[in-house]
Design a protein around this ligand. Structure first.
Ligand code: C5P
Length: 411
């Protein structure tokens, strides 16, 4: 099975410690897991433990997302392939069934459009209470997968159903749901306020900005790129309803609303993050990736001795676009950018074939396009060339995303 992403919500109960073992099991199986700890859950396990085991940031409260773009929690809930609640307390089940969203965990559960697996663990009386049973029946009717707890002796000394199932059984259920065709709570496209969302449900991956290739701790090789065109494209994609992941090199720009942003420095880091973000329906590689890096990065600052200039040996960087072009998870629509100073169309056409992409957006950078507000582009596809007049980068971005939506969207 290819790597999947699991969002694990750890509720407040004595069984929370077993969530740690579940994280290890999921990681061992080769999947990524990102943890959300409720207030109650943090009484039993620490963010530090879950963070170390998951090798990812642990989210503990809505407050955590304050510096992210508006809708950060929505994106968090949708980035995953599967949402797992373990342990699912009586309180979480009740809130979820009622649609209450008063903390990060319950907000994510209300916002997600992915399959949800709830693994209950609680005192036997609480499990058997008509209120809990009503909630479980209601949640199952909504499409939530609620496991039956194990029966046996409980931490509180009582006996009966309510124990957290063995981790192996929980993982079995996870593996089953990950391999089954998506059976989540049916989420409806949002057509409120007459918003046009032709990319609803599509995953769009964008790279932007330059990459920095270290020579020593203080110096680097870079390309001249502000990231503005890529950020404008990510924003336009989100506005058309797509789930957008933006992998960005070092830039001075704020994250567009609703976009998941991953910051990287070097080309090799960018490639790793791009591959992690797959699968995607559309990938638009706007980044000005440095073609070369220093063959040997010096651990200490290279000193001037006033006599000789240090030699700088270069090594070739991976070509991210070309890698995607022959990737087993190649996006259905793969778009590259080409900054050229001469013979723009001719060079772009050659690039289309060389990199295995579907379209090339070519621009003449002999003027002041780099870092400027405007851009004039030509779209090269196998069917021909379209020339778009000079326009602000956000206008170009919207026009490009409309064209993409026509090609892959729901109209
Ligand atoms: O070959 P050139 O750098 O002109 O190709 C430009 C296109 O290829 C852009 O879409 C850019 O993001 C992508 N590229 C890449 N990895 C590289 C070099 C370029 O993804 N190492």
């Amino acid at each position: 099975m290819t790597q999947k992403r699991i969002l694990l919500i750890v509720g407040g109960g004595i069984a929370a410690y077993k969530a740690c073992e579940l994280v290890r099991t999921i990681r061992k199986a080769g999947h990524a897991v990102r943890c959300v700890l409720t207030k109650g859950g943090s009484q039993f396990v620490t963010p530090l433990t879950l963070g170390a085991l998951s090798e990812d940031k642990v989210y503990t409260d809505l407050f955590d997302l304050k510096d992210e773009a508006e809708m950060g929690h929505i994106q968090l809930s949708r980035q995953a392939d599967l949402v797992v609640i373990c342990p699912a307390t009586a309180d979480l089940l009740a809130k979820m069934h009622a649609g209450i969203a008063d903390d990060l965990a319950t907000t994510l559960l209300l916002a997600t459009d992915k399959p949800v697996l709830a693994v209950p663990a609680m005192n036997v009386r609480m499990w058997q209470h008509p209120a809990t049973q009503r909630n479980v029946i209601g949640l199952r009717a909504d499409g939530v997968h609620v496991m039956d707890p194990d029966a046996g002796e409980m931490a509180c000394g009582e006996y009966g159903p309510g124990r957290l199932p063995e981790v192996e059984r929980i993982y079995g259920e996870i593996a089953h749901l990950l391999s089954a065709p998506s059976s989540g709570i049916a989420a409806q496209p949002d057509f409120t306020e007459g918003k046009h969302r032709p990319l609803y449900g599509k995953r769009v991956l964008v790279t932007a900005g330059p990459t920095h290739e270290p020579i020593d701790p203080v110096r680097y090789i870079a390309n001249r790129s502000s990231g503005r065109q890529g950020f404008a494209i990510a924003q336009a994609a989100a506005e058309l309803g797509a789930e957008v992941t933006l992998v960005s090199g070092p830039v001075h720009l704020t994250t567009p609303p609703g976009v998941i942003r991953i910051d990287v420095e070097s080309a090799r880091e960018m490639l790793a993050e791009v591959e992690k973000a797959l699968p995607a329906d559309v990938a638009i590689m706007v980044a000005a990736v440095a073609d070369w890096r220093a063959a040997d990065e010096a651990e200490q600052k290279i000193k001037k001795d006033g006599k000789s200039v240090p030699p700088l040996a270069l090594a070739e960087n991976p070509d991210i676009l070309a890698t995607l072009g022959k990737h087993e998870q190649r996006p259905a629509l793969l778009i590259g950018f080409a900054a050229e100073t001469e013979k723009v169309v001719e060079h772009a056409q050659a690039k289309l074939a060389k990199k295995g992409c579907d379209w090339i957006v070519a621009n003449d950078v002999s003027g002041d396009v780099m870092g400027g507000a405007n851009n004039a582009v030509q779209i090269i596809t196998k069917d021909g060339v379209e020339s778009w007049a000079d326009a602000p980068k956000d206008v170009i971005a919207r026009k490009l995303m409309e064209k993409i939506a026509d090609a892959v969207g729901q109209g």
